[in-house]
Design a protein around this ligand. Structure first.
Ligand code: NAP
Length: 401
């Protein structure tokens, strides 16, 4: 038998592997035999450990400020993926500190035992007094700690003024830490000053999880659309209110729909945050501040919630071939950016009409690309935690350059 001949053109990389950003490529090589028995798919496996970058390893010691649903899910992902991130992204990270409001705080420069910590929270809803990593340092002390490189701010949203999260972020940046947050408060209230501080301190400050969970919104503009100017946006950005409106359109009462949302853990403990449009206003303000260079707060966003929407209003809209959606809009008026959140009856044929349940969508209009739409289907906590991961790996990539 003769030796098989093949060329570079015959090397096929399975596309799902690329799509999944799997770096350990398995190259299936199509071998062409001389005797016209072509093509024969031969599972000839070449394993490449590709780390796209300098090959340097970046050790990032993380402090989690807040350890609720998002912090815990991030920790589960870190346990699952830490080896892969080190191998393929040159990012070796460990959580060295965790701070909560009432469950205690932990610090260990060698890395907190995340499995144990998650178990303690599951069993006792707090860190165990026997946990050897128990710490009595204050939040400010942990944020400034020499063993911390990166602070992930994931405390509760404060819709009045975005505090104390904004102070946590400013403190971290001033102490030379990179920062990631999924808390929209600081972006909705203090984005401009935090961005300027990050630039001054030469630190990275990312916040992908603040709007649309793991869907790329800020990344999309920053990484893939350089030079584009955002001229406006519209979208459905709060899953809970969209779920309630969909349930009502299906004939269920407002109260029953809200109860379901609360039972599923989608509605905030204080449901008025969603129902009165505050969550949507905070996301609208965050988008205006970041994408349209505004310096506004959620209080500047014209806001109407869904509390006054009745079944009769939904039926009347339906009779006209429309559905009611809580629409978030950003636009330029009189030369300055403005935001508006309000329930709007839109035609059933409108692209936003099909957004169902807790899904969300955003259409962004830019000067060069026209309209671009991003949609995320029924996001869960993993998608929000992934937004932190995406920011983390972006920081590791940037440190490489
Ligand atoms: N859940 C989601 O699907 C989602 C999606 C996008 C964005 N976010 C945002 O992500 C952030 C975290 O969400 P989550 O669902 O994880 O919230 P959560 O379950 O309520 O957890 C919040 C955590 O922050 C801690 N905390 C609150 N205030 C603090 C303070 N002043 N100092 C130290 N720790 C403090 C809490 O401590 P205790 O445990 O002692 O109460 C808790 O551990 C929020 O800003 C939220 O709006 C959440």
């Amino acid at each position: 038998m003769t030796i098989p001949l093949f060329t570079a053109a015959d090397i096929r990389i399975p596309t799902p592997l690329i799509a999944n950003k799997v770096r350990r490529y398995e190259f299936y090589i199509v071998l062409k035999y001389e005797f016209n028995i072509t093509p024969i798919l031969f599972p000839f496996i070449l394993q490449y450990n590709v780390h796209e970058g300098s090959g340097k390893m970046h050790n990032l010691n993380i402090a989690l400020i807040g350890f609720g649903s998002v912090g815990q899910e991030f920790s589960r992902i870190l346990i699952e993926c830490e080896k892969e991130w080190a191998e393929h992204y040159g990012c070796s990270c460990k959580v060295v500190a965790i701070i909560t409001r009432s469950k205690g705080s932990l610090l260990n420069k060698a890395g907190v035992d995340l499995k144990r910590t998650l178990r303690e929270i599951k069993d006792n809803e707090r860190f165990s007094p026997d946990n050897p990593d128990q710490s009595t340092l204050s939040t400010a002390e942990i944020i400034a700690h020499k063993d911390v490189d990166l602070v992930i701010e994931i405390t509760t949203l404060n819709i009045e003024n975005g505090q104390p999260a904004a102070d946590h972020i400013a403190g971290a940046l001033k102490n030379g830490k990179h920062v990631i947050t999924a808390n929209k408060g600081p972006i909705a209230f203090h984005y401009r000053e935090l961005k300027q501080l990050a630039e001054k301190e030469n630190r990275y400050f990312y916040f992908e999880g603040t709007v649309m969970d793991g869907a790329p919104v800020f990344n999309l503009l920053r990484e893939t659309l350089p030079g584009c100017r955002v001229t406006g946006f519209s979208g459905i950005l709060t899953g809970t209110t969209n779920f309630i409106l969909c349930e009502m359109a299906a004939g269920n009462s407002f109260e029953a729909a809200l109860q379901t949302a609360q039972k599923m853990g989608w509605a905030e403990a204080d449901p008025s945050l969603d129902l009165d449009g505050w969550d949507s206003a905070a996301k609208t303000a965050a988008l205006l501040n970041v994408l349209m260079d505004a310096a506004i707060t959620p209080h500047h966003v014209e806001r109407t919630g869904i509390s006054k929407i009745s079944i009769e209003m939904i039926e009347a809209a339906s009779a006209e071939g429309k559905v009611i959606k809580l629409l978030c809009e950003g636009f330029i008026s009189g030369g300055t950016p403005h935001g508006k959140v309000a329930p709007v009856a839109i035609a059933q044929t409108h692209p936003l009409a099909h957004i169902s349940g807790t899904s969300s969508t955003l259409t962004i209009e830019t000067d060069f690309t026209g309209r671009l739409t991003i949609e995320i289907e029924e996001p869960k906590i993993r998608q929000t935690a992934y937004a932190l991961v995406s920011d983390l790996l972006t920081i590791a990539k940037n440190l490489d350059q």
